[in-house]
Ligand binder design. Structure first.
Ligand code: QAP
Ligand code: CO
Length: 165
């Protein structure tokens, strides 16, 4: 296994839409494992493949922040697709491993349903609320080339972007 470099804005990988995968095979599982290890190493709760320079629609999530982060608790999603979203919205102060040190309120759908292919190449559906729902929307945004500061006020976004120029 390997820890990968987490790309920071304004790396162009972060602004490109990623490509769907065909099958979750051994090659994809190896990427999932490296992504999980990289996310643990940098104390993140979610990571999208293009944040580590991989042009594929893959996400790893583990919400159990600092506490004992068991690898069995990680969720692996290939080709995630939002099938349903609630009209109710929720605000959370989000951060991002690609924009370290900055946190801003972002408005998201409170509840979503996401279809995806899991680590064992089985089709799944997940109903998510609260932090999991927020994290899934944040990571699926990444796969579409969108970062959380695209959702905040332009002046705040420009201030943050200047810090990485
Ligand atoms: C996305 O974000 C997220 O600035 C995952 O210095 C964020 O793991 C989903 C991190 C909020 C839901 C709610 C950020 C680590 C980790 C930093 C992360 C930092 C070190 C961010
Ligand atoms: Co992020």
């Amino acid at each position: 296994m390997a820890i990968m470099e987490v790309l920071k804005i304004p790396n162009s990988f972060l602004y490109k839409k990623t490509k769907p995968i065909d099958t979750v095979d051994l090659k994809i599982r190896k990427i999932f494992d490296d992504m999980r290890e990289t996310m643990f190493d940098s104390c993140g709760i979610g990571l999208a493949a293009n944040q580590v320079g991989v042009d594929k629609r893959l996400i790893v999530i583990n919400l159990n922040g600092d506490e004992d982060r068991k690898e069995q608790d990680a969720i692996y999603l290939a080709n995630p697709k939002i099938e349903k979203k609630s009209d109710e919205m929720i605000t959370y102060s989000e951060g991002c491993l690609s924009i370290p040190g900055f946190y801003e309120d972002v408005l998201r759908h409170e509840k979503i349903t996401v279809s995806y292919i899991d680590y064992n190449n089985v089709r799944q559906k997940i109903n998510a609320t609260g932090l999991l729902s927020i994290c899934l929307q944040h990571e699926i945004d990444h796969l579409n080339g969108i970062v959380f500061i695209d959702h905040i006020r332009e002046d705040k976004k420009e201030f943050i972007e200047k810090s990485f120029a």
